[in-house]
Design a protein around this ligand. Structure first.
Ligand SMILES: [Zn+2]
Length: 127
């Protein structure tokens, strides 16, 4: 009786050079067998990374987005190279903060105060 099943092979994609910045990045298979390009050697705590950008490694080497909410406080994750790539614009990582900033900007525009909201002493010296 021979073994009919192959040993589960590590589904590692290896390292490739980012076509935009030229730095090396890890090419890793996702749970859905798509490729994702991850920043090498960076494993931040999951709760410090926006939820949809937390990748965790599975036992077979593939990765998936870490969907546990709230995240375990000690869970480490990986991030896509595109978040760290100096040659790509940073995506909107915290959409609710962007919305709040836009709302505050509109609120400031509506205010027609004759004086600025802060005293001059609070502004850094522009010199
Ligand atoms: Zn890059």
């Amino acid at each position: 009786m021979g073994a009919l099943e192959e040993k589960p092979r590590r589904l590692k994609g290896g390292r490739i050079r980012c076509p935009r910045c030229g730095l090396m990045q890890d090419r890793v298979l996702t749970l859905e067998y798509d490729w994702v390009l991850l920043e090498p050697a960076v494993h931040p705590l999951a709760h410090t990374v926006p939820a949809e950008h937390r990748w965790i490694e599975l036992s077979d080497g593939r990765v998936t987005v870490y969907g546990v909410c709230p995240p375990d406080q000690f869970q480490r994750c990986r991030i896509e190279h595109s978040l760290a790539c100096p040659a790509q614009p940073l995506p909107d990582l915290w959409p609710w903060l962007t919305t709040l900033r836009d709302q505050n900007a509109r609120q400031l525009e509506r205010l027609s105060a004759p004086e600025p909201p802060f005293s001059e002493n609070e502004w850094p010296d522009a010199g």
